[in-house]
Ligand binder design. Structure first.
Ligand code: HAM
Length: 418
């Protein structure tokens, strides 16, 4: 690379600049507040996990097979940047002995995830999720609970025009027989399917239902539906989830083709879209039950259910909806001191900082230019400081909006600015 070329951000990675952070902070705070109000406690897990942890739970899925950021560290360990949080949270649940506490463990996490996919609007290689997991119980009430958390969070952010899609995909008892039916149905049609679907027909036929390629669409309507082939337990759980959602007034649409991209799901699966959205890139969040995940990771069989919402897409939609999130000025007070008075300016700033955010302008510019910068910064006040004022331990306090200026003793600044 020629020396003169500035080095730009890595493809698919983006900066969230201060003016956008305001909206992000609102979304993150609402996420944490809502999760806590349902009794969920925050957990932080590493961004890096053993590649095997991720690969074991999703060999057939795109997020893993094609999109995993995989690398070897200097010690030769096979590692990966997490593409999602659930596998790591379940690992932490056991390693942190949360399984010895009364179930379920109700956990939430907010953090970056990584998928090596083709970047486009709403799809990034580093993106952020709110992840919510209830581990250790198979109660369908928890399926409804995580859906309610998701819906409440989005509602709090003013997103009202949403579509919740719901399905069940059975469990290890009823799904194998259903998958055989599905294979039997699709085998005679194999030549007419697109390449990926031809391959998936034998490995993971459920994904054929999720396929969006036009040439595969006509065959879906007559394909057998899992809801007609559920075992007794899955039938009972499926009815309970819907009854609980009805009782909490959450609207949903049954989508027999919703199977989700990750392979660890059992029973309930769901996704949330903007009401007018179409493509898969629009999903604001999704989740479901994963009763086989713990075992796939090598832990004792343990049920769980969860949800993840995409903060990049959610904040984008909140912004598009014209929500007024006014970024607070980086500094409410700016101290403008004459040359050579840096120490005094820092002292004054320290006094004000007890009640307001303060920045000192240390640039060697004219007073006029400094006033202009303070104005641009959105400062409510400026403090003007000359050698004579330092001597008398006073400042000129000027309110930007009114232009009013008063002399204030340093010790009295906190009460003037409060
Ligand atoms: P997921 O559907 O793969 O589920 O991702 C959840 C959400 O993360 C998506 O609906 C979307 O909003 C956001 N998202 C995914 N990929 C990207 C991307 N490349 N760029 C921007 N946003 C993205 C999971 O991750 C599961 N772990 C959810 C879960 C939790 N299931 C059970 N517990």
């Amino acid at each position: 690379m020629p020396r003169s070329e500035p080095i730009k951000a890595v493809r698919g990675m983006r900066d969230i600049l201060p003016r956008e952070r305001a909206i992000w902070r609102v979304a993150e705070k609402a996420a944490a507040d809502v999760a806590r109000s349902f009794g969920y406690a925050e957990i932080v897990t590493p961004v890096i996990e053993h590649a095997e942890l991720i690969e074991r739970v999703g060999e057939d899925t795109d997020a893993v097979a094609k999109e995993l950021y995989r690398f070897d560290d200097r010690g030769g360990r096979h590692l990966a940047l997490r593409p999602e949080a659930t596998a790591g949270v379940v690992r932490a649940y056991f390693e942190g002995h949360l399984n010895q506490e009364p179930p379920p463990a109700r956990l939430f996490l907010i953090g970056p995830m990584f998928r090596y996919n083709r970047p486009q609007k709403g799809r990034y290689r580093q993106f952020f999720q709110l992840d919510v997991e209830a581990i250790g119980s198979d109660s369908p009430a928890l399926d409804a609970e995580v859906i309610e958390i998701a819906a409440t969070w989005l509602h709090e952010l003013g997103l009202r025009e949403l579509r919740l899609e719901l399905n069940t995909i059975g469990d290890s008892k009823c799904r194998p027989a259903y998958l055989e039916l599905l294979r039997a149905y699709y085998r005679p049609l194999q030549d007419q399917l697109h390449g990926d679907c031809q391959r998936r027909l034998e490995t993971n036929p459920l994904l054929l239902l999720d396929c969006k390629v036009p040439q595969c669409q006509p065959f879906k309507v007559d394909a057998p539906r899992i809801t007609d082939h559920l075992c007794e337990e899955c039938t009972v759980a499926w009815a309970a989830v819907r009854r609980l959602l009805d009782a909490s007034g959450i609207e949903y649409r049954l989508d027999p083709y919703l199977v989700r991209g990750l392979d660890y799901y059992t029973r309930t699966v769901f996704e949330i879209y903007p009401a007018n959205g179409e493509g898969a890139q629009d999903a604001l969040g999704g989740g479901g039950r994963y009763d086989g995940l713990a075992e796939a990771e090598g832990w004792p069989p343990t049920p769980g259910v969860g949800f993840a919402g995409g903060l990049d897409r959610v904040t984008e939609l909140v912004k598009a909806g014209g929500a007024e999130v006014i970024a607070a000025p980086a500094a409410e007070v700016v101290v403008l001191a004459d040359a050579g008075l840096d120490v005094a300016a820092a002292d004054v700033a320290r006094i004000c900082r007890t009640v307001r955010s303060v920045a000192v302008d240390y640039e060697s510019k004219s007073l006029k230019a400094k006033m202009r910068s303070a104005n641009k910064l959105g400062a409510r006040w400026v403090l003007l400081l000359s050698a004579a004022e330092v001597e008398r331990r006073v400042v000129q306090l000027k309110e930007m909006a009114s232009g009013e200026q008063v002399e204030v003793g340093w010790a009295d600044l906190p009460s003037h600015l409060a």
